[in-house]
Design a protein around this ligand. Sequence first.
Ligand SMILES: [Zn+2]
Length: 366
Amino acid sequence: MAWYYGTYSCGHDGKINLVGPTKDRQQKADWHFSGLCPDCYRKKQEEDREAADIEAEKKSEEMELPRLIGTEKQRKWANQLRLKVISSLNSNCEKIEQKLKERGLDVLPGEGIGMKEIIDSVQYFIRVHTDAKDWIDSRDEPANLKDAVNEYRKHLEEIAHYDVIEEINRTEESMIVSPECDFSKNGVVKLRFKDGFLDVEYVKDSAFIEIVKNLGYRWSGTVWKKEITEYTGDIEDRADELGYRLLNAGFTVQFPDAESKEKAVSAAFTPENDKWIKFNSKTGQLTLVWTKRNDTIYENAKKLPGAKWKDGAMRVSMEFYREIEDFSVMMGFCISQMARRKIEEYKEKEQSFEKVLTKTAESANT
Ligand SMILES: [Zn+2]
């Protein structure tokens, strides 16, 4: 490691600390000093950015693009990003036009897309995306022509089925229940079933967050989610339990369907069981898990033969399944399907032990 001194191309002196083979260092230092000094580099970048901002704004005005919504900084950046996307959309339009002309076709084979639809789609795309944040958020994966066409097709479809969409909106509205109390919260908490998850959406609110966290929901970055598994019980029951709690806390709730709405209102759901006997495939033992601190459960679980507390669960050897089954009844634990299967397997094995033992005892007597 050594310091090298030099003069940058901007005329400012500086130094750099270099590592690596000695013979290459002077070369590296020369390259380094052939550029701007750190201060001038930063200044130049700022100037470039400002120039690009002004240029993008001018160009956007010339093209009569809709004015973007957002803070000044967001708008400036989004202007540049939007121009880039538009330019790539346009160049793709030209390519397709060329292709169609060459082949003497009106629409792209397979895709069924013609020039009119492409042009209309791009126009629509530019017209509706006026939120600066949209352009910034999608900068790593900017929209292509296909995206624009799909969005436009969806829009046309919605117009054609306006009445159906209205009907859905009305049904969704009828799934909304307001709490019967005088401390109700504004807005609507939306519950949705999606790909084996129960999704919950609401604005940031500490009382809301406490309820969902308590019921084991996790923040995904956009919504609160709960994965529905064997241990959580039915997705409907989970929607009902959450809805019921929210209503009692003064929230207005939109349920995923009529059934869950009825159940929540009448509190007719099965509460989630957080007490489970599971099978630990690593150790071959049964494990007793429960999520809420409970000293009575702990004391009783500890009394099971050979019970050991590890990683937040009580481990018990399979051979004491009888004691565990009694414990599960007494303490309200559920036995997982896997644990149930392993217990049955063990019972069969146990019977064969007994036969061998009896035989050995018999032969010993004769
Ligand atoms: Zn300089």
